[in-house]
Design a protein around this ligand. Structure first.
Ligand SMILES: N[C@@H](CCC[C@H](N)C(=O)O)C(=O)O
Length: 288
């Protein structure tokens, strides 16, 4: 693989290098290194990571997501919306509602198109949140069914943790002011705390009302990003668990890169709606 065709896309500023694996071939062993290399803003293309759009036996397409440190995650909300847009606009699917396989299972995506068949908005059924501590995973709470508003501390800083998995692990902390959230100082410490055996995405959330919240994220394997779709879902679920919001209600989550609408339905599914955009296409020259 000397040269790879790529599409750079973003969902609310959370940007990845997308590779169409219907057309490209990459050795499995090279994927972590390649993800880190293309993500490098100085010697690569620059991104939060790399996403593969792959053939699937279970659905029209399968998504694989690698963070910019080369680690692979099981899910990515902003990535799913971009994969749905890419698949529809490149005729990998013909219907406006279709399934996408992830390492965490199948999800359903619905695309909204304009007159030119361009996808402007994507809604994804992200499935049920996982709340049992062992499955998230978060240690020290095996006596509990759920980790909701539990006292923890990182260094000298006490915080109240609500832990949610959306296929990938999230630690949600409610704060009084999003501007004062200790994202830079505590994000990297929380991410790799031994309480989280698989590491964790750390999110700070300021609730404005039952249907509106501000959100900032330190992503596992990528650091601060403009947006995290699974994180926004986890934040809305955490707000309901903490009685700050309600099920079956659209919640507008204000991320650094823009807004997502999240709704935790009565049947347990979490729905996410937001935009997906193409930045550029090109050829990456692999110098190894
Ligand atoms: N940005 C993503 C999540 C990407 C994976 C995450 N960093 C992890 O390691 O779990 C999203 O939009 O959900």
């Amino acid at each position: 693989m000397d040269m790879l065709k790529f599409t750079k896309m973003h969902g609310l500023g959370n940007n990845y290098i997308y590779i169409n694996m219907f057309e490209e071939t990459i050795d499995e062993a090279d994927l972590p290194r390649l993800a880190a290399e293309v993500s490098n803003p100085y010697t690569g293309i620059g991104s939060d990571g790399m996403i593969l759009i792959c053939p699937s036996k279970l659905a029209p397409v399968k998504m694989r997501i690698f963070n910019n440190d080369g680690s692979e995650a099981k899910n990515c909300g902003n990535g799913l919306r971009c994969v749905a847009k890419y698949a529809y606009e490149n005729d990998l699917v013909r219907e406006t509602e279709f399934q996408i396989e992830t390492l965490g299972g199948l999800v359903t995506a619905k695309v909204t198109t304009d007159n030119n068949k361009k996808v402007s908005l994507v809604t994804v059924n992200m499935g049920n949140p996982i709340l049992q501590p062992q499955q998230i995973p978060v240690t020290g709470f095996n006596h509990l069914q759920q980790v909701v508003n539990e006292e923890v501390s990182f260094g000298d800083t006490p915080l109240k943790l609500t832990a949610v998995s959306m296929g990938n692990p999230h630690a949600v902390f409610f704060v009084d002011s999003i501007e004062d959230a200790p994202l830079h100082s505590l994000g990297p410490i929380i991410e790799k705390d031994s309480m989280f055996p698989d590491w964790v995405n750390a999110e700070f959330v300021e609730v404005v009302s039952e249907s509106e919240m501000h959100f900032r994220v330190w992503e596992r394997g990528s650091g601060i990003t403009q947006a995290c779709g699974t994180g926004a879902c986890a934040a809305a679920v955490a707000a309901v668990l903490n009685k700050k919001a309600e099920r079956n209600t659209d919640i507008t989550v204000h991320l650094a890169g823009g807004d997502l609408i999240i709704n935790w339905k009565e049947n347990g599914d979490v729905w996410m709606t937001g935009p997906a955009e193409i930045i550029c296409t090109g050829e990456y020259h692999n110098n190894r």
